[in-house]
Design a protein around this ligand. Sequence first.
Ligand SMILES: Nc1nc2c(c(=O)[nH]1)N[C@H]1C(S)=C(S)[C@@H](COP(=O)(O)O)O[C@H]1N2
Ligand SMILES: [Mo]
Length: 324
Amino acid sequence: MLLIKQKPDIKEADITDESLYRQRRRFLQAAAVAAAGLAAPGLLASPFAMAGEKLTGVNTGRYVLDEKPTPYKDVTGYNNFYEFSTNKQAVARLAEDFKTRPWKIAVEGEVAKPAIYEFDDLLKPHKLEERVYRLRCVEAWSMVVPWVGIPLADVIKRLQPTSRAKYVRFVTLHDPEQMPGQRPGLLGSGLDWPYVEGLRMDEAMNPLTLLGVGLYGEVMPKQNGAPVRLVVPWKYGFKSIKSIVKIQFLETQPKTTWNLAAQQEYGFYANVNPNVDHPRWSQKRERRIGEDSLFSPKRETLMFNGYAEQVAHLYAGMDLKKHY
Ligand SMILES: Nc1nc2c(c(=O)[nH]1)N[C@H]1C(S)=C(S)[C@@H](COP(=O)(O)O)O[C@H]1N2
Ligand SMILES: [Mo]
């Protein structure tokens, strides 16, 4: 089954769009500066500063899916982001005031350029791409999302990991003042904070792996992991860690949040695999959010979420029942 078409890059924004966009930005900047009563040029100069604002200069067409994108309202209205709530429909509202600027990202470990980077300093030098990827959650639902991001490999190459770097670890912001799900309480998720995730170096460098900064042509909505999250389309959704504040290059395999919470249920690899059941339910089928009803027949889940051609080689010779 052919799921992915690879085409050469096409520049989406033409000159007219670009100059209109700049005019609008200048207006917004002037308005914001006036409202704040002070100038903050560094902050306002960012091409992806405000959640919901349109992104320009995005290359499209390299990875397209022969499937209908999930409606925007479902992509942004049904979210797993336990820092805000375990109720997927409540996350968007609870994240409304989440501050995503200024935003710093610490780069640490086995790398030539460790530093605490401003968001723009780390990501602005790179080209944005739109890629339509499926996101398949452990709970057997899926979405098709037009993500906007930067290939993680591009950023990693610039940071120059040492030869000892075998894994990359990612950490989400820990800020209980802003994130009610991180406060101790009876209704907590039981997870340990901060949320942490990891990839093997070759997985991180695979061309499919994105640092997501937007979706549907807009700056990443807060509930989807603003300002920057991972998008790893051949793995279960929980690997796509949101609101990243730290990237560490390591020699040894790091622990991950869901593996720490329930080792039997969530492994390090978490590759989408219809042949390896979750201990409490089958992973053979899925239901598309926003499209399928409870009564629709479920869709077949595909090996590596349909991306076997791109990633199966990473796991050649590994027992995927053991390394789930
Ligand atoms: N920090 C953090 N990242 C996270 C999660 C989370 O609870 N906290 N949930 C994960 C899970 S299980 C999924 S399915 C996706 C959901 O992404 P979406 O809200 O954009 O659909 O985010 C992942 N990243
Ligand atoms: Mo998930």
